[in-house]
Design a protein around this ligand. Sequence first.
Ligand SMILES: C[S@@+](CC[C@H](N)C(=O)[O-])C[C@H]1O[C@@H](n2cnc3c(N)ncnc32)[C@H](O)[C@@H]1O
Length: 330
Amino acid sequence: MSTSKPWPEEWVPPVDPLPEMLADGREYHNVLFHDGDVTRPRGWHRENVAHLIELLRPHLGDGSIGLDYATGTGGSALPLLTACEESGINVTLALTDVMPSWFLTAHRMLHEHAGTHFFLLDLRSPMPLLGTFGENRFDFIVSASTIHLLPEKKLEGIFQELHGMLKPGGVLVFNSGDLEHPKRAESNAALLHDIYRVARDLLHEEPRYQSALLELKARDPEQHARVLKNHAVFPKPFSCCRLDEAVRKAGFVEELNETLVIDKARQDALDFIQVERLTGIAGAIAERNERRELIAEFMELAFAELVRRGEAEADHIRTFWNFGVYRKSS
Ligand SMILES: C[S@@+](CC[C@H](N)C(=O)[O-])C[C@H]1O[C@@H](n2cnc3c(N)ncnc32)[C@H](O)[C@@H]1O
């Protein structure tokens, strides 16, 4: 590999992972690909990643070294690596994430692909990327469906670090379906996670749920505190202007900023929220099936609300996506 410095030690996944760890990654993989079949991506996932790859494509060359910022289960890295292979472009890709369970799924799926290297980031470090990669630098950084999950108050620091990880002239290419944008209202589209926020908020107003929370607080205060933390799994979206400010402050130059409306099938939205980790929006209900049924009930109400707002039809939600290409000056 043509890194200027020795490549750091890679993540070694557990040899005998717990079944829950495997299930956590598999469940998320299955909401990106029908029945987990990588040849059958769900429409919204296929479309958003395809456009991201299209934007990254002109910046890829044979021998390029890239960083996938937040690989998750590998749902966006897989089509990227496949597109490179099909075009005969050899890239080296450092895959990164902070969550071992999802990253394990990515490792199992992608470790045999030529040029892949896996690094688990430690968020306790003030500079997780710099701490991991030392003096190695990248030609490109790609980040799919992650920027909106970053803590707003840390954006400046994170983009400064990403800027620092690029070689001069390198590019950062990202997409996100959950960033607020002035054009969204005129597009009659919702943000990707609006449906889950609406369902969650309606559910939390419900007396049945409030009683369950109160009962939990009295019985198990520590679990109650964990449940409240998990309620925030879909954070309040910040705006693309806020992102823009952080990116510019870090020294990036904007090359392209685009928006796209992508339909997400009703069933894909309903399946997504049933990933065990995401059912934390109803975490006060301990019994799994009961929790799922309650969420399904409130998803119906949330869907009707999006239809009323003009952001969904009977069988799909229009979701609003941001795409950006930013360059580090040469
Ligand atoms: C929605 S997934 C996207 C994964 C993948 N890129 C895709 O499109 O399928 C977001 C990922 O971001 C990771 N993540 C969240 N905060 C992060 C951070 N501060 N640094 C790195 N990864 C982070 C999560 O662990 C999760 O795997």
